[in-house]
Design a protein around this ligand. Structure first.
Ligand code: GRF
Length: 258
C-alpha cells in the first residue's frame, strides 16, 4: 500500500494485524471508507499470524529503543518483530543495545555519502530493505526526506518530549524542549507520540501523557522525569496499539479503539 492509494481512495487508514484461523483474514471492511494496512502474514501451524515488521531509527542513548525491546520481551508489546535499528550516528549507544538484543543494527551516516541526496537515498534503502511495515523514530535527530515520509505515510511514528502543540516544531529537540518549558514556567509538561507528516511535529497525535514540573527542576531533571514517566510508557503502548490494529487515522486525527 502506498500513500497515494490512501489519499485517492480512503478516508480512514487502520493498521491491522491479527491471528486468523485458516486461509482468510479477519473481515476487514465494513465501510468503503475504511482501509486496513495488513503486513505480510506468516503461516505457523495452521494459524496465520501477522507480525508488524518494525524499524527503529535512533541517534543517541536509545532508552526509548530499550523500552520497546523490553516490551517485546515481556509480551506487553505483541505482534511486533523488531526488524532493524538504524542510527545516523555510529557511536550511538542505541546500536549496542540493538546488537545486544540480537536485532540487525546498521549505521547510515551522512558522513559516508557525498551529498544529502545520497544519504537520503541510503536511508530509504535501509528502511525498504528491512521490509518495514512501521518506522519508529526514537530520538532520531535527522529531518526525514520527503520521499520517505510520502512512501510511509501514516506508517512512521515519533516520540516528542512535550505536550504538542507546546514546545514543538523547528528547533525544539532534546534539552531545548525542556529549557523552553522551564523558561515559560509551565507547571505541567509531558510527551507525545504522533504520526509523522511533512511538517515538523504536526502529524496526527496518537498518545500523550502529562508530567508535573517540580520546583527546582533543571532541564536535565525534567528531561529524565519526562522520559521515565511518559516517553517509556506511551511509545511502547502506541506501538502495541498499532501492531494490534487499534489505531486509525481519520481526517488528520487518530481514532483509538480499545
Ligand atoms: C528523547 O527525549 C526523545 O523524546 C527525544 O530524544 C530523546 C531520545 O532519548 N526525541 P533516547 O535515545 O531514547 O535515550
Amino acid at each position: 500500500m502506498n500513500g497515494d492509494s490512501v489519499k485517492n481512495h480512503t478516508d480512514v487508514l487502520i493498521f491491522h494485524t491479527g491471528i486468523c484461523a485458516g486461509a482468510s483474514q479477519i473481515p476487514l471492511m465494513a465501510d468503503a471508507n475504511l482501509r486496513f494496512a495488513s503486513p505480510p502474514s506468516r503461516e505457523r501451524s495452521g494459524m496465520r499470524i501477522n507480525m508488524l515488521n518494525v524499524v527503529v531509527c535512533v541517534s543517541g542513548g536509545g532508552t526509548n529503543l530499550q523500552a520497546i525491546i523490553d516490551g517485546v520481551a515481556r509480551g506487553t508489546i505483541t505482534n511486533v518483530r523488531l526488524a532493524r535499528v538504524i542510527s545516523n550516528n555510529r557511536n550511538a549507544y542505541a546500536l549496542e543495545r540493538a546488537a545486544g538484543a540480537g536485532i540487525d543494527a546498521v549505521c547510515v551516516s551522512p558522513r559516508d555519502y557525498g551529498s544529502r541526496e545520497q544519504f537520503h537515498e541510503a536511508l530509504l534503502r535501509a528502511v525498504d530493505e528491512a521490509g518495514a511495515d512501521l518506522v519508529v523514530l526514537a530520538g532520531f535527530l535527522v529531518v526525514l526526506p520527503g520521499a520517505l515520509i510520502r512512501k510511509y505515510e501514516n506508517r512512521i511514528i515519533n516520540i516528542h518530549p512535550s505536550l504538542i502543540p507546546s514546545f514543538c516544531g523547528t528547533g525544539y529537540y532534546g534539552l531545548k524542549v525542556h529549557e523552553a518549558a522551564l523558561a515559560r514556567g509551565v507547571k505541567v509538561t509531558g510527551a507525545t507520540v504522533h504520526f509523522v507528516d511533512e511538517g515538523t511535529d504536526t502529524g496526527p497525535i496518537i498518545m500523550q501523557k502529562a508530567v508535573a514540573v517540580e520546583p527546582g527542576d533543571t532541564p536535565e531533571t525534567l528531561q529524565r522525569r519526562v522520559m521515565e514517566q511518559a516517553e517509556w510508557v506511551i511509545l511502547p503502548e502506541s506501538l502495541n496499539l498499532i501492531a494490534n490494529g487499534k489505531v486509525a487515522v481519520q481526517d488528520g486525527r487518530t481514532v483509538i479503539t480499545a
